[in-house]
Every structure is written in structure tokens, then in C-alpha cells.
Design a protein around this ligand. Structure first.
Ligand code: HEC
Ligand code: HEC
Ligand code: HEC
Length: 207
């Protein structure tokens, strides 16, 4: 998952500067990320060279190469190079929803607007795109990641960059933190903002 990622210190600096209102650094960072993506050889590291599998293991001949499995799915320039929500929405993958028959899939459609973003566009947290893969209990209740009340959880970029809150998954198993705009997607005063009216929560329509 480290592919296409920048060191946390670089991101931390970018966030601090952005907070102070210096937009050019972010532009530079994005440009550098773009160049890094271009310079990067598209495609997936073969398992023999991924540093995880023993290259001498006889199992290598049996295991499927990531490229073979993932190349046909909607492309992403970052992370593991698959746009997973799109893959699911388009039916390109049909993951099994439950192993135990008693497991219930709880899809939630609401979106929460997180406004403490300083100079940056606000963050829209979409429940549907998360509950398609995750259970409520992964984030609420005992997991203690987020309150079930809009605006009640203390979240900021330092926590996220330290692997807490959104950063528990993003940058680890979900799209990387370099993709600022995928979270910071609601400009103040934009139609996306107006869709919330004065509220922090709105019901989204399924795709
Ligand atoms: C990936 C993490 C995640 C999952 C999974 C998740 N939530 Fe949330 N939920 C959040 C976040 C983030 C907020 C906003 C918290 C804040 O603003 O302080 C939130 C807010 C809420 C709220 C208040 C806003 C609203 O939508 O009315 C409720 C209620 C809620 N969640 C219920 C649920 C239920 C029920 C499920 C399972 C069907 C669920 N959540 C699954 C992260 C999650
Ligand atoms: C996985 C989602 C996600 C990504 C990716 C992300 N952010 Fe954030 N960011 C948040 C959330 C959530 C908050 C807190 C919002 C709130 O609590 O109202 C936040 C807050 C902020 C703030 C407000 C001040 C602070 O320190 O918290 C700044 C500035 C910021 N982000 C900059 C960035 C920049 C620059 C990037 C890209 C390098 C980025 N963010 C990427 C989710 C994200
Ligand atoms: C428990 C793990 C987890 C947490 C915590 C989490 N996410 Fe996610 N998120 C995922 C997964 C898994 C996906 C789907 C895979 C992907 O897009 O990389 C996803 C997808 C998304 C998407 C949709 C991307 C798309 O292509 O439509 C957004 C936006 C997002 N997350 C924002 C956030 C924000 C903001 C927070 C914190 C408030 C957060 N996430 C917390 C796991 C998590």
C-alpha cells in the first residue's frame, strides 16, 4: 500500500502550511505526486519481488499474480491501483457479504459534513461507501473511533497522519492520504455544500 505514498513528515508539513493558508506548497506537493505517479511503472509488483513472499518458495508458482487479478478492475493511479468503490458499484466484483449466516449487512446512506478543515474544502464522510464493506461496529461502539453524532468527534489531520481516526484505514487498507480531495471534496458555497442546507447530515441516494 506504500506505492504512491509520501513520507508522513512531508504530508504533515503540507498540512501545517495549508493550515497557515499557504496554498502553493500544496500545489507543489500535488505536482510532485503527479510526477511520482508518472515515473512509477504502472502495474503491480510480482509476488516473487514484493518483499513479503519467499522468492524461493515453491508456492509462488501456484499463487496468482496481483496484476492478473486486478488489471481488469477500474483503475486508480494510487494505492493498490484499483478504485474499489467503483469496482463494487459497477458490479466488477461481487464480494461475499457474509460467512456466518446470521451476519446482517447494514447499509447506511447518510453523509456527514465535517467542517473543521481550515482553508481546505470540507470533508464529506459517506456512510454507504463504508458500510458496503464494513460493519457499524468497526467504527462505532466498542471500536470507539467515531461518535454516532455529527460533529461530536475530535478529528484532525495530525491524528489522521498518526494512523488514528480516518488514518486507521486510509493509507493502510484504503486509498492513501495523499488524495486530499477525495476527502476534502466539499468547497464552501458549492452545490455540494448547498445540498446539505444548514445541516451536517444528509441522505444520499444509492448509485
Ligand atoms: C468507516 C467508519 C464508519 C462506519 C463503518 C459507520 N460509521 Fe457512522 N459515522 C462515522 C463517522 C466518521 C461519523 C461522523 C462522526 C462525527 O461527525 O463526529 C458517523 C456518524 C454517524 C451517525 C450520526 C450522523 C448520521 O448519519 O445520522 C449515526 C447515527 C451513525 N454514524 C450510525 C452508523 C450506523 C448505524 C452504521 C452501520 C450501518 C455506521 N454508522 C457505520 C463513521 C462510520
Ligand atoms: C481520509 C480522509 C482525508 C484525507 C485523505 C485528507 N484529509 Fe485533511 N482532514 C480530514 C478530516 C476528517 C479532517 C477533520 C475535519 C473535522 O473534524 O471537521 C481534516 C482536517 C484537515 C485540516 C484542518 C486542520 C487540521 O490539521 O486538522 C487540514 C488543513 C487538512 N485536513 C489538510 C489536508 C491535506 C493537505 C491533505 C492531503 C495531503 C488531507 N487533508 C487529506 C480528512 C482527510
Ligand atoms: C475502518 C476503516 C475506515 C475508516 C476508519 C475510514 N474509512 Fe474511508 N474507506 C474505507 C474503505 C475500505 C473504503 C473503500 C476502499 C477505497 O476507496 O480505498 C473507503 C472509502 C472512502 C471514501 C470513498 C472513496 C470513493 O471512491 O468513493 C471516502 C470519501 C472516504 N473513505 C473518506 C473517509 C473519511 C473522511 C474517514 C474519516 C472520517 C474515513 N473514510 C474513515 C475504510 C475506512
Amino acid at each position: 500500500m506504500a506505492r504512491g505514498c509520501l513520507p508522513a513528515s512531508t504530508l504533515r508539513r503540507a498540512v501545517a502550511r495549508q493550515r497557515a493558508g499557504v496554498r502553493w506548497l500544496l500545489a507543489l506537493l500535488l505536482a510532485a505526486m503527479g510526477l511520482a505517479a508518472l515515473a512509477q511503472n504502472r502495474g503491480w509488483v510480482r509476488i516473487a519481488a514484493d518483499g513479503l513472499h519467499d522468492p524461493r518458495s515453491p508456492a509462488l508458482g501456484v499463487l496468482q499474480e496481483p496484476g492478473e487479478a486486478l488489471a481488469a478492475l477500474p483503475h486508480d493511479a494510487v494505492g493498490n491501483q484499483v478504485r474499489w468503490v467503483k469496482a463494487l458499484d459497477e458490479g466488477a466484483i461481487q464480494p461475499r457479504t457474509n460467512i456466518l449466516p446470521e451476519t446482517r449487512v447494514n447499509l447506511r446512506l447518510s453523509e456527514v459534513l465535517l467542517k473543521n478543515t481550515g482553508e481546505m474544502a470540507m470533508v464529506r464522510f459517506p456512510h454507504r461507501q463504508h458500510t458496503a464493506w464494513l460493519d457499524c461496529s468497526n467504527c462505532h461502539g466498542a471500536a470507539g473511533l467515531f461518535e454516532q453524532q455529527a460533529g461530536a468527534t475530535k478529528i484532525n489531520m495530525m491524528l489522521i497522519l498518526s494512523g488514528e481516526k480516518c488514518g486507521l484505514c486510509h493509507g493502510a487498507v484504503a486509498f492513501p492520504l495523499t488524495e486530499c480531495k477525495r476527502c476534502h471534496s466539499v468547497e464552501r458555497g458549492s452545490p455540494e455544500h448547498q445540498a446539505f442546507g444548514n445541516a451536517l447530515v444528509r441522505e444520499a441516494t444509492p448509485p
